[in-house]
Design a protein around this ligand. Sequence first.
Ligand SMILES: Nc1ncnc2c1ncn2[C@@H]1O[C@H](COP(=O)(O)OP(=O)(O)OP(=O)(O)O)[C@@H](O)[C@H]1O
Length: 242
Amino acid sequence: MEKRFGSTVAVSGASLSLPRHGRMSIVGPSGCGKSTILSMICGLTDPTDGVVRVEGATTMKERLARCAWMPQRDLLLPWRDVAGNAALALENHGTSKRAAREQVLDLIDRFGLSGFEKKYPHQLSGGMRQRVSFLRTMAAGKDVLLFDEPFGALDSITRADLQQWLRRTLDEAPRTTVLVTHDVEEALLLGDTVVVMSARPGRIVQQIDVRLPQTESRRELIRHPEFAQLRDELLSLLEVTE
Ligand SMILES: Nc1ncnc2c1ncn2[C@@H]1O[C@H](COP(=O)(O)OP(=O)(O)OP(=O)(O)O)[C@@H](O)[C@H]1O
């Protein structure tokens, strides 16, 4: 597919596919069209040329109905507590406030946030706010989750913590995910395939399948020789594309 904005070619000749519950990470230099690809998948825009299909749906409206987007900055409502924020997507789909709150309490517990149901966003750390934001994305009940630099605004320790948490959460509650990130380690930790894009016009330079040992521990994984080899391979590809 191709996407142009006037005379700017943002994405060119990109052909990607992902099986149900597959996890794709996209890395590439700034401005190479990563967010544009997410916008096309979730139906915020159409490609200028080519077709985007999400679980068989091709129209923007149908794609939008199947995807949930988690942005870099949490967009929590300051006047709602954790449960109230998490329940928002359900309320938007017609569930009553009370029923929506009941439904998310289970998720809050499963995602390790119990005890925080009645806290307000300003009482939470940046990492916790992103967890709530993720919980809200999950509560929307969509099968396809799109992450645009979800941990980009966090410090490195919190980021590492959330990467491990998100891996485990997606193992327990699998979804089809597409993650855009500048962080090569994050791409490897959260993707079973990593797409490397070139500078604008964004083309796909390479797609690398990630097969790493099964381990819960992020620390063990990033020390593994196979992980180091993939990280080096990605970094060299990115050096060439800049
Ligand atoms: N709505 C728009 N109108 C005009 N040009 C746009 C629009 N959206 C994106 N572009 C251009 O398309 C190109 C790709 O932008 P995009 O945001 O997809 O890149 P990106 O890889 O996500 O960048 P970054 O890593 O910096 O977030 C850029 O040159 C951008 O200026």
